[in-house]
Design a protein around this ligand. Structure first.
Ligand code: FAD
Ligand code: DHB
Length: 385
């Protein structure tokens, strides 16, 4: 079999890239290790920047997002119970959309006409410096697909980045000594907007998926086991980290999902190796505090799609030559912002009394400076590409 582009991974990056190529008439096949149900069952990000909304529209899949997504004009920050609202619309004339990654994935899957091969095992990348091809096993049979380009959209643990010789790759990493324990519940959100809370007991986030479905997180140590957290224990801990009024208003119920996500900052450089390109979590990881992971994946593939469309139609290789440097510029700015939000809002084992005062001063500066608020708002709603 032969195609123009093989996309490894049917997460949001792979599906969006596939959709953009499909609309441009470029032949592409997606290879995904898991089943469609498994992919749709993953509860992950929840906030879309304007650029991601625009990309959903460009991909022709924005209708349900506009109908069901919730426009948020701001967020609340809370520090030891003291509250500060940031009004993005007032500060910089922009907003974000609450629309879950699951829904983005569902819309992209539904729109796709071209071939996606699910349950593809033992995916291997070959000869991507010259004449690339990919092999995989399905139902015990090994297959080969030849192509002109490979897009590695297979997440942090995927095979694409691992196929690159270590000597060709520079990696930058920070692993945080904590994770987020998240819970999904069919109860109305505690507030209209998201609340990011710093507390001496640890960080907490009140998020949402719809007017009747809420998503809450609390910071826990890295080695914590999800089985150790009954729903009651979770709700007690969350209440303890919120300001009393918010804690009082919280509507609790049985969790419909509960999981722990580790926190990590990671960047690989470069993102092109001959005819192989890395995009999304395969290329970089941000701690979730700035809500950037899904949005970065979207901005990567927007650039990659244009570059591949240009190259496949033999118009120009300028786009594929510029891809790595262009997206890394944006990636590092999002890495900085996510690291900074994480540093401000979490408790670290070595924070100490001095560190807590610095965090407090950072919060007080934000509360008192419109310029500081504009900077946060500009980064949170998405830097221009
Ligand atoms: P992924 O969504 O990881 O998709 C990669 C796909 O490749 C997967 O479907 C995988 O099955 C497939 N794959 C992997 N290996 C292979 C292989 N060898 N062969 C074929 N296919 C393969 N971001 C936020 O902004 N907020 C959050 O709250 C948040 N929570 C998260 C929680 C968790 C547990 C994780 C892991 C991430 C979270 N993120 C969050 C990050 C966000 O979800 C990611 O940035 C986003 O999913 C990136 O999309 P992607 O398509 O690049 O990668
Ligand atoms: C969600 C996750 C985030 O990391 C974030 O910053 C905001 C919202 C969420 O899952 O809803």
């Amino acid at each position: 079999m032969r195609t123009e582009v093989i996309i490894i991974g049917a997460g949001p990056a792979g599906l969006m890239l596939g959709r953009l190529l499909e609309l441009a008439g470029v032949d592409a096949i997606i290879l995904e290790r898991k089943s469609p149900d498994y992919v749709l069952g993953r509860i992950r990000a929840g906030v879309l920047e304007q650029g991601s909304m625009d990309l959903m529209d460009r991909a022709g899949v924005g209708a349900r997002m506009h109908a069901e997504g919730l426009i948020h004009h701001g967020i609340e920050l809370s520090f030891d119970g003291d509250r500060q609202r940031l009004d993005f619309t007032d500060l910089i004339g922009r907003h974000v959309m609450v629309y879950g990654q699951t829904e983005v994935t569902r819309d992209l899957m539904a729109a796709r006409q071209a071939q996606t091969i699910y349950d593809a095992e033992n995916v291997e990348l070959h000869d991507f410096d010259t004449n690339p091809y990919v092999t995989y096993t399905k139902d015990g049979v090994t297959h080969r697909i030849d192509c002109r380009f490979i897009a590695g959209c297979d997440g942090f643990h995927g095979v694409s980045r691992q196929s690159v010789p270590q000597s060709a790759l520079n990696t930058f990493e920070r692993v945080y000594p904590f994770g987020w324990l998240g819970i999904l519940v069919d109860k109305p959100p505690v507030a209209d907007e998201l609340i990011y809370a710093h507390h001496a007991r640890g960080f907490a986030l009140c998020s949402q998926r719809s007017p009747t479905r809420s998503r809450y997180y609390v910071q826990v140590p890295t080695d914590e086991k999800v089985e150790a957290w009954s729903d009651d224990r979770f709700w007690d801990e969350l209440r303890a980290r919120l300001n009393p009024e918010t804690a009082e208003a919280l509507q609790t119920g049985p969790s419909i999902e509960k999981s722990i996500a580790p926190l990590r900052s990671f960047v690989a450089e470069p993102l092109r190796f001959g005819r192989l390109f890395l995009a999304g979590d395969a290329a970089h990881i941000v701690p979730p505090t700035g809500a950037k992971g899904l949005n970065l994946a979207m901005s990567d593939v927007a650039v990659l799609a244009d570059a591949l469309i240009e190259a496949v139609s033999e118009k120009s290789e300028a786009g594929i030559n510029a891809y790595s440097a262009k997206v890394l510029d944006r990636i590092w700015k999002a890495e900085r912002f996510s690291w900074w939000m994480t540093s401000l809002l979490h408790t670290f084992p070595d924070t100490g009394a001095f560190g807590r005062r610095i965090q407090r001063a950072d919060f007080d500066y934000l509360a008192s400076s419109r310029i500081a608020q504009q900077s946060l708002a500009e980064n949170y709603t998405g830097l221009p590409s």
